[in-house]
Design a protein around this ligand. Structure first.
Ligand SMILES: Cc1cc2nc3c(=O)[nH]c(=O)nc-3n(C[C@H](O)[C@H](O)[C@H](O)COP(=O)(O)O)c2cc1C
Length: 340
């Protein structure tokens, strides 16, 4: 069985270990979404700390999908230059970097964006956000084009991995959930209809990124009465893999990434395990992991192929290096780093 400090390769892209620094919004950009020195330094520090992959936080593919004022933008070509500087600096630290493409849907900061938030249906959100304006059929096609254009910019900035955000009550997860999608056209109704936009976005982005690894952050379990169930989430994972996703980054929670009442370390690992079994592609597990031994156990148990460690690496950029010190003996015994 692989372990935390075994390398991971897909589509010719190699991570030195299985630790992923997941997207964690910093709100350090300019109000126009441009990269700042602080943002660059933040990611360089995480790369130097030894993660296998650094994923740059959610970046909006169009202005009305902006979640917060100082979020990272990926909605026009003028933003590529600053992002490329981040990529180059992280590469100088010897670490690959991905970027998460996002549309906040009903959770967008409508007042700052000076236009109403949009979503699948004009219903009040389970998280309390006001009802968005329902997207028309032609606008849904436009959403796919926005994701594809953002992916093209990500490649122009030389990112190694492109991830699509489909969790936490952002636009794509709003389409997937029966609580927020009450459409009666081909983008609503049964699971096939509600997941159609996700598959369309994946196909559109895959067509742009070619052989670059494509990840999808899947909200596989709404954890709300009447919401998307894990059994459905696993079937969607299978469909997304068939549509061209290389790695499913499995999260959940329609009202955010940290729903209350979940058991500790690796609280979405149960979902990662189910999605992996159904989809047959590598998965990332996430949720409240602070002890490297828990991260290592999840990989060794086969629950996941990669482990996302968010707030712990946010608090201590050196977490991966310290984890290697702690687990080094075990890793060496099994032929990991340090073995000859
Ligand atoms: C401040 C903050 C910002 C976050 N930003 C994002 C984001 O941009 N995209 C995303 O998919 N998840 C985001 N998340 C969720 C994390 O990626 C992760 O799934 C969650 O924090 C649980 O992992 P952890 O317990 O290791 O931190 C954010 C979480 C926090 C605390």
């Amino acid at each position: 069985m692989p372990h935390l400090f075994e390398s991971f390769t897909h589509r010719g892209c190699t991570f030195r270990n299985r630790i992923v620094f997941p997207p964690i919004a910093q709100d350090l950009c300019s109000p126009e979404g441009e990269v700042t020195r602080k943002l660059l330094d933040h990611y360089v520090a995480r790369a130097r700390g030894g993660a296998g992959l650094v994923m740059l936080e959610h970046s909006y593919v169009e202005r009305r999908g902006r979640y917060s004022t100082r979020q990272t933008g990926l909605h026009h070509d003028g933003l590529v230059y600053g992002l490329r500087r981040v990529v180059e600096a992280v590469h100088d630290a010897g670490v690959p970097i991905g970027i998460q493409l996002a549309h906040a849907g009903a959770r967008a900061c409508a007042a700052d964006n000076h236009e109403p938030a949009v979503g699948p249906s004009a219903v009040t959100q389970p998280g309390g956000e006001p009802a968005p304006r329902a997207l028309g059929a032609a606008e849904i096609t436009e959403v796919c084009a926005r994701f594809a254009a953002a992916a093209r910019r990500a490649l122009a900035a030389h990112f190694d991995v492109v991830e699509i955000h489909g969790a936490h009550g952002f636009l794509l997860s709003e389409f997937l959930s029966p609580l927020t999608n009450q459409r009666t056209d081909r983008h609503g109704g049964d699971l096939d209809g509600r997941s159609r936009l996700l598959r369309e976005v994946v196909a559109a982005v895959r067509a742009v990124v070619g052989e670059t690894p494509l990840w999808f952050r899947l909200g596989a379990d709404d954890r709300l009465p009447g919401g998307l169930t894990l059994e459905e989430g696993a079937r969607v994972g299978q469909a997304l893999a068939a549509a061209g996703v290389d790695v499913l980054d499995v999260s959940g929670g329609l009202c955010g990434s940290r729903p209350p009442g979940l058991p500790g370390p690796g609280y979405f690992a149960y979902a990662a395990r189910a999605v992996k079994a159904a989809a047959g592609v590598p998965v990332v597990a996430v949720g409240g992991i602070t002890d490297p031994r828990d991260a290592d156990r999840l990989v060794r148990d086969g629950a996941c192929d990669l482990v996302a460690v968010g707030r712990a690496i946010l608090a201590d950029a050196e977490w991966p290096a310290k984890a290697l010190d702690l687990l080094g003996g075990t890793a060496r015994r099994d032929g990991g780093p340090g073995s000859r």
